[in-house]
Design a protein around this ligand. Sequence first.
Ligand code: ARG
Ligand code: ZN
Length: 889
Amino acid sequence: MDIVGTTPAAPKAIHLSDYAPPAWLIDTVELHVDLREDVTTVTSRLAVRRNPVRAAEGPAPLVLDGEAMELVSVTVDNRLLHPADYAVTAESLTVPRLPEAATVEIVTRIKPQENTALQGLYKSSGNYCTQCEAEGFRRITYFLDRPDVMARYTVTIEAEKARYPVLLSNGNLVDQGDRLDGRHWARWNDPWPKPSYLFAMVAGALTQVEDRFVTRSGREVTLRIFVEPGNEGKVAHAMDSLKKSMKWDEDAYGLEYDLDIFNIVAVSDFNMGAMENKSLNVFNTKYVLANPETATDTDFLGIETVVAHEYFHNWTGNRVTCRDWFQLSLKEGLTVFRDQQFSADMNSAPVKRIQDVTRLRQVQFAEDAGPTAHPVRPESYIEINNFYTPTVYEKGAEVLRMYRTLLGPQGYRKGIDLYFQRHDGQAVTTDDFLAAMRDANPDAAVDWAQFQLWYRQAGTPVVEADGAYDAASRSYRLTLRQSLAPTPGQPEKAPLLIPVALGLVGPDGADLPLRLEGEAAAAGSTRVLHLTEASQSFTFVDVPAAPVPSLFRGFSAPVRLRFPCSDAELTFLMAKDSDAFNRWEAGQTLATRIILGMVAERTAGRAMTVPPAFVEAVGATLARAHEDRSFAALALMLPSEGYLGQSMEVVDPDGLHEARETIRRTVGSSLGAALRRLYGECREDGPFAITPEAMGRRALKNACLGYLMAAGDAEAAALCLEQYRGGSGMTDVLAALSLIADSDLPEREACLEAFATRWQGEPLVMDKWFTVQALSGRPDTLERVRRLTGHPAFSIRNPNKVYALIGGFTANQARFHAADGSGYAFLAERVLELDGLNPQVASRMVKAFARWRKFDAGRQAHARAQLERIQATPGLSPDVFEIVERSLD
Ligand code: ARG
Ligand code: ZN
C-alpha cells in the first residue's frame, strides 16, 4: 500500500468556460447485463469514432468515465487488450491508441445490492432499478458519460426468472427467451439516440396496470405502470394524469409521443421525485401511488404535476437535450414551466400560480439570498447533483414564463416551434433556446442581450416603486427602480429586463384604461412595461382619478417588490383587484407588515397586539369565501415563518413563531362564529372527489379548523378530534392530526399511536406521520424526532424517510433554530451518518445550514461549530464538501 498519509485532494471544480466537444463519439451501445445475487456483470460493446469537429487536433486517446466498478477486460475490434495497453484510475479508463473508428468491448463487475447512494444500478425492495442522471451511468460501465454524446442502445438483461419476472429497458422489446437453468432474458432496442443519463433498466417482481392512448396522428401507445404487488389499486390517478399530459402536450405545444410504449415504474427508494428515462420513467412511489384513504389532495396534485413533468421531458430534455450540465435549466426550467401551465389548465390557474410563487419565495428566494446562490445557468460546480436546485428548476421556469409574457402566447409558441425545428435530435444550450425565441420573433421589441442576464446573474432583484397622481394634468407617474445585491462571485450586477405587468385600479375598483404619454390610444387594462434601466419613470395620461397601482400582476417577474402603499390601499386591493394573484398578494403583504411589526414590539419588550383592521380584513375574506373556496383557503394562510424571516435583518425565529401564533389565536377567537359556520358549510360535501371544487372545500374547511384550534377552546378540540376519527380521506385526517400533534390535547399521544398502528403497512402514510411530528411547534419536538429515528418504520437509508423526518424538522423554524444549538447538532450528526451512505441526500440535508449568517451571534456560533465539525470529517463526499465550503466561505 502506498497511499499512507495522503490527504485526499480537495474536489475539483468544473467550469463552463472549459467546455469542449468530445474527442470521440459513440454511435451504438450493446449492453448485456447479467444480474446475479453476488455480482452483476456488465458487457458493453461500443461503436466509437473520432469526432470530426476535433479532427484538426490529431489523435486523442479515448478517455471513458467510470467509478466504483471492477474492470474485467477491454477488447478492441475483437482483440483482447493486455492491461498494459490501457490505464485505469478511480474515475476513468484510458485507451491510448485506437483507429479512426473501432468496436470497444468492456466487461465490468458491480454490486448493485450494496449500492446505498441510489445512483447507477441499485436495488429497491428486492428489485433492480437505475438512476443515471446526472452521472450514474459511469457506475454501470465505462462510458463517455456526458449528455452531448448520444447513442442508440440495445440492451439485454438476464436474470433469474422466478425472482425477476419483469425485465425492462428503454424503447421496444425486440426479443426474449428462457434459459435451461431458470434464468431468462429480454432484449430492448431504443431507436432514438440518447445521452447515457436517459438510460434505464429494471428487473423485478412487479405487477402492471395497462392502458392505452391514441395520439393525434393515430399512433396507438401502450401505457403501463409497474408497481410492487398489492399496489395495483393505487395507480389510477397517475394513469389518468399521464393520458391528460399526452393530450395536453399535443394541444398546447403540438408535441406528440414518438414510441409505441410508455412505461412507468414506481420504486420506494429514490433520491428525487422521478426520472424521465426514454420511455421508461422511474418514479418515487410518492408520485405514483394514491387513493383517497392514503393520499392527501396535495399528493394527488403532486402526482398530476410530476407525471406530466416527466412525460413532457420526452420532448424538452430527451428529443432536444442539454449540451452539458451547465445547461440543466434548458430542460428543467422549461419542463417545470410546462408542468405549471398544464396543472393550471387542469385546475384553477390563479390557485396554481399562488402555490408556485409561494414555493419560489420560500425556497428559491432563500437560496438566492445565501451562500449557495447561483445563476439559472451556473458557471462552475464541484458536484453537479448539488445543482438540481430551486434556482435551476423554479427560477428557470420563471425565465420561461417571462419569455411568454414578453412575446405573448403566439410569439412564445413560434419560438418553441423554431426551437424544435432547429434542434430536434441535438444537445444544445440555453443560448440556442434564446436564439430560437429571438429569431422567431424578429419584430419583438426585446433587448435579448439584456434578457440573457436572467440566466447569468444570481440573486433576486428588488424593485422599488413609487407613484404620484397629478389631478391637474390627470396623469399618474410611476417610478420603478431596480437593484440586485452582490452574490458569491458576482460583486457587480447590471440592470435586468424586467417585465412588469400592471393595472391601475380606480376608486370604484374597476381597472382604468392604460395610455402612456405619447400614445394615441389606451391599450388594455393590464399591460406589460419593460423595466430596463436602473431607474425609469412611466407616465400614464387620461387618468380620471387617483388610482391604486396593481404591480406585477400574476407575479410577472421573480422579484421582490417594495411599494410604500398604505394598509388601506392593501385592503382595497384585497377586495377589488381584478387580478386574483394580486388580491392574494395584497393580503400577504398586509400580513407580513403586521407580523414584522409585532416582532418589533416584542423585541422592544412590549406586548404584541393584532391590529383590529387586520382581523376585519380576515373577516371580509371569510364572508367572500364561498365565491372561490380554494382561493379563500390560500388567502387565509399566513406567510410562513421561513419566508417572513427573509425580510428580517437578523432572523428572530422565536419572535416570528410567537407573532404568527398570536395572530392565529386572535383571529380564531375573534372570528370564532364565522369560522365555525364556514367550517360547517364546507363539511356538507357530497361523495368524495378529487375535483378543484371538492379540494377547495376541504382546504377552506381545514384552514378554518386551524384558526379555531389556535384559539384553543374545547369546542374546537372536539371538532378536530371528530374530524380525525371520522375523517373520510387522508386530507382531512392529516389536517386534524397535524393540529393535534401541535397541541397539548390529552388525546394527542393516543391519536398519534393509533395512526401509526393503522398505517404501519403503508410507508408513504408513515412518512406523513413522521413529518407531522417533526413540524410540531411543541418545545419537546427535537426530543421526539431523535426518538423517532429509532422507530422501526424509520430508515436512514430511505430518502423519503429522511426527507419526512429530518427534512421536516429542518423546516421547523422555531425548533430547528433553537437558541441552544441542539437542532443544529442533531442535523450535523444525521448528515455525517448519511454521507457515507447517500451523499446526495446528505447534501440536500446540509443545505439547511446555508443561511446561518442571517441569525444572531449565538445561533451563528452554534451553526458554525457544526459546519466546521462536518468540514473536519475525513472522507467527506464532494457533495457535502461543496455545500459546507460555500457555507463557511
Ligand atoms: N431529471 C429529473 C427531473 O427533474 C431529476 C433527476 C435528478 N437526479 C439526480 N440525481 N440529480 O425530472
Ligand atoms: Zn425534470
